[in-house]
Design a protein around this ligand. Structure first.
Ligand code: OGA
Ligand code: ZN
Length: 380
């Protein structure tokens, strides 16, 4: 059934695979050769630049077996063998998604129904088993947040969690910050006020991609946490009115933090961020640190504010939220580029004390990829 044909000019070939007929360009194939002259055997890094490959590279002879495709390149007179499975996995011969706002494979958007299956695990299990860590990180990657219960209750216990997958991202708030009522708070988070669902530090560029909040005390009434899937919010907004989605993704908002004398952080980024091909990649939303919006043309400002208001309505809709109460030793990790977090106000007798810190999602995803390679048989 397998066959391969080369275009007359040798600029591309077409090969029959389990995923259908796929086309590949000569220059793409040559650039992605994995022979010892092209890639280091030690670390897999490419040894040559594109300039080392002749501009007039073309396909000469080809040969197909069950699992490999062998291609001869001219004018180099170089022969390279490709694994067909690798070609299928890396194929690009497909149409672009028709509509902006699509999400990457492996991401599942959610609303309050996820209350029945909140991604969570026991601290002790994850601390002692790479398989449990893999499963917890997997759920985090799919849903953009995950809880942990039953952890130790001591100062900076949250650092133990970050150590499982990466490094703390230090900011002007410190390596970690205390989330409790303070007399002269540098941030409204350090009061008993309720906080509308938000992403943290949108005034930073890049934003911290992970936030961890870890509970040490929670005897005060109130203070429950909520999380909302910003990607689900953006897609609902788009379904309700594509113009709202477009206006928030095509124009930059501005964010600013000047809550302490020695800091003046400012950013200019959209509330809904898309990749050039329309992939939904980030949401920024924070009523406390939104600055004057000055990058929306006059004629679109009224529409922009309609869209911004509606985005807030959707964020505040209980149908979108998953809520829980953190007890001492409980924590949750959020993907701060996607999932918004909130807390109810608290007051009266008793205490509420969380410690928070930031870290990097790329390191977490790297750890997950390594665990997946090491434990391929584990569920998820
Ligand atoms: C924060 C925050 C929520 C809470 O510190 O960024 O949103 O539960 N805190 O106190
Ligand atoms: Zn916050």
């Amino acid at each position: 059934m397998n066959d391969v044909t080369v275009s007359k000019d040798g600029q591309h070939l077409e090969v029959e695979t389990t995923a259908g007929r796929l086309r590949f360009h000569a220059i793409w194939l040559r650039d992605n050769a994995s022979d010892a002259g092209t890639r280091s055997l030690q670390n897999g890094q490419r040894l040559i630049t594109l300039q080392d490959i002749p501009q007039d590279t073309r396909i000469g002879a080809v040969a197909l077996s069950d699992h490999t495709l062998t291609v001869g390149f001219q004018p180099e007179d170089k022969t390279i063998t490709y694994d067909i499975d690798w070609l299928v996995q890396n194929a690009y011969d497909r149409p672009l998604p028709a509509r902006a706002g699509w999400v990457a494979e492996g991401i599942e958007t959610w609303d309050h129904h996820l209350m029945d299956a909140v991604p969570s695990a026991q601290y002790g299990d994850v601390a002692s088993s790479p398989r449990a860590l893999r499963a917890w990180l997997s759920r985090f990657a799919r849903y953009g947040f995950a809880k942990l219960s039953g952890g130790p209750v001591h100062d900076q216990a949250l650092m133990g969690i970050v150590d499982w997958f990466g490094h703390v991202r230090e900011t002007n708030y410190g390596r970690h910050f205390e989330v409790r009522t303070e007399v002269n708070p540098t941030n409204l988070a350090f009061t008993g006020l309720g906080l509308q669902a938000h992403t943290d530090n949108p005034y930073r560029d890049p934003v911290p991609t992970l936030q961890l909040l870890y509970c040490l005390e929670s005897s005060a009434a109130g203070g429950e946490n909520m999380v909302v899937d910003g990607f689900a919010v953006a897609r609902r907004l788009q379904e309700e009115n594509p113009d709202w989605f477009d206006v928030l993704s095509r124009h930059c908002a501005r964010f600013e933090y000047a809550g302490a004398d020695d800091v003046l952080l400012q950013s200019r980024r959209p509330m809904i961020e898309l990749a050039p091909d329309g992939e939904l990649i980030a949401v920024r939303f924070n009523n406390r640190s939104a600055a004057a919006i000055t990058d929306v043309p006059f004629d679109e400002m009224a529409l922009y504010y309609q869209a911004y208001r509606r985005m807030g309505d959707i964020i505040d809709d209980p149908a979108m939220e998953v809520s829980f109460r953190l007890n001492p030793g409980d924590s949750f990790l959020v993907d701060n580029t996607r999932v918004l977090h909130a807390r109810k106000g608290y007051s009266g007798s008793g205490t509420r004390w969380l410690q928070g810190c930031y870290a990097d999602k790329d390191a977490l995803l790297s750890k997950l990829a390594v665990l997946r390679a090491q434990h391929p048989e584990a569920a998820q």
